[in-house]
Ligand binder design. Structure first.
Ligand SMILES: [Zn+2]
Length: 103
């Protein structure tokens, strides 16, 4: 694992530590772009909407003009424990190739 990947994991952990809600928000994600920037986001969940943290992080990057990505990581923080890395959600795991394509 590279130092950049460790920084990416820490960014994902930081965003969920700072924004965790015990009933509706315990997933975070961070994406590193080819420009070297990192964008992080949390899972959105309510009665009307459910968007995974990876999509939110990618949306944050795209909203800031980023189009190419190097790596993405998701973490979970359940029961207020220390966040830990988890595999991508079922939908994101079906499209890993799309993650590396410019958007
Ligand atoms: Zn997902």
């Amino acid at each position: 694992m590279t130092e950049a990947d460790e920084g990416l994991i820490e960014a994902a952990k930081r965003v969920i530590r700072e924004n965790c809600h015990p009933d509706r928000r315990h997933l975070g994600a961070a994406v590193r772009t080819k420009s070297g920037r990192t964008y992080a986001g949390v899972h959105l969940e309510s009665n009307a909407i459910d968007v995974c943290a990876e999509a939110v992080a990618l949306g944050m990057a795209a909203s800031n003009g980023e189009r190419e990505f190097e790596n993405i990581v998701a973490v979970t923080m359940e029961e207020r424990t220390e966040p830990r890395v988890v595999p991508p959600c079922a939908i994101c795991s079906l499209r890993p190739g799309r993650m590396s394509e410019p958007i």
